[in-house]
Design a protein around this ligand. Sequence first.
Ligand code: HEM
Length: 411
Amino acid sequence: MSCPALPEGFDFTDPDLLQARVPLPEFAELRRAEPVRWVPQSGNIAGFQDEGYWAVTRHADVKYVSTHPELFSSYLNTAIIRFNEHIERDAIDAQRLILLNMDPPEHTRVRQIVQRVFTPRAIRALEERLRNRAHAIAQEARAHPGPFDFVTEVACELPLQAIAELIGIPQDDRTKIFDWSNKMISYDDPEYAITEEVGAESATELIAYAMNMAADRKQCPAKDIVTTLVAAEDEGNLNSDEFGFFVLMLAVAGNETTRNAITHGMHAFLTHPEQWELYKRERPETAAEEIVRWATPVNSFQRTATQDTELGGKLIRKGDRVGIFYASANHDPDVFTDPDTFDITRDPNPHLGFGGGGPHYCLGKSLAVLEIDLIFNAIADALPNLTLSGDPSRLRSAWINGVKHLQVQAG
Ligand code: HEM
């Protein structure tokens, strides 16, 4: 049965779709009528290439695809990051060094190594410094006499500082690292006037910086995380190339995602004042997960079928692209009671904002949850009467559910 509600030519990867309509009402139609649907496509938008892709919209199916890497490979274009020719390697080779684009057994090997960075102990060790940062950010914002941009003044900094702390980037280098990270992820939107070339150059410079760091620690081992990852050149460690791309991956995966979760969370609180009052009073631990469900900063990822297989009553052929839409799964009424209600006490909350639970499940989840907790605690202390001064201005992207600006006032 074909879903009658989708007009001819409708495409979930159209970057203009997410401008104002989140969650997309079309997802609800598809979940009900045709949860696995072939969407024909022309051109190459958001990395979805060829003649079309399967749109997978139900929670259970998104989980199934995510947890069966032997059927649905990440090898082809799961995450496209552009590089320029100075990277001195074939661009396709470069994509292979990105964790998100790897399949087992290569993925298993690299993931086991980089997991060392994200142990509960390593995250706990950052907590105090990040708490202080969060409070300083909120205090500075409080000093604004008039309206200010929540994105640049509050949401931006903590995610970047968290990655810098995690890797041990010296304080003096942070400004340039932040600048490269921001340029790398901003060129899709015309407002930033950053060309694709500048974005690619920034990625290349960040990788070169990280590779230098690795080379340095190999010569002079220190008691830090870089040394832990690269010290010995063997199977159990990262080589310098792999380390360079790992840092790039963190800058892409851990930066804009968390910034958008924080901004969407603030907007959700200010448009649901009873939830903000509840938060300020009780600070429930469940809030961060609901913010990520509500925000779903990563709208979708894609996989490629490795063999003919059936899903949702449809025959998916080897080589077909499969788009897994977390933004739809997170509003699936088969899983969530009142899915379109923002409820910070929701428990359990098996949302797929951090992925569908397979081998690529978000490596930085506990860090992201900590950051969201810390910043909202700080805002509740320093800016309890924050008010909205305008509508959010959205990022033009099909992949990231992003907010560029959100005007607020300390109140
Ligand atoms: C992977 C979301 C924060 C590092 C992912 C995936 C999603 C995601 C959807 C893909 C999962 C899959 O394919 O199954 C988010 C969201 C965040 C966030 C919504 C914030 C609210 C972070 C942070 C870091 C991070 C703070 C690190 C500093 C990564 C890495 C991967 C990943 C390295 C790739 C894992 C792999 O391929 O094995 N994230 N993420 N993320 N994330 Fe996050």
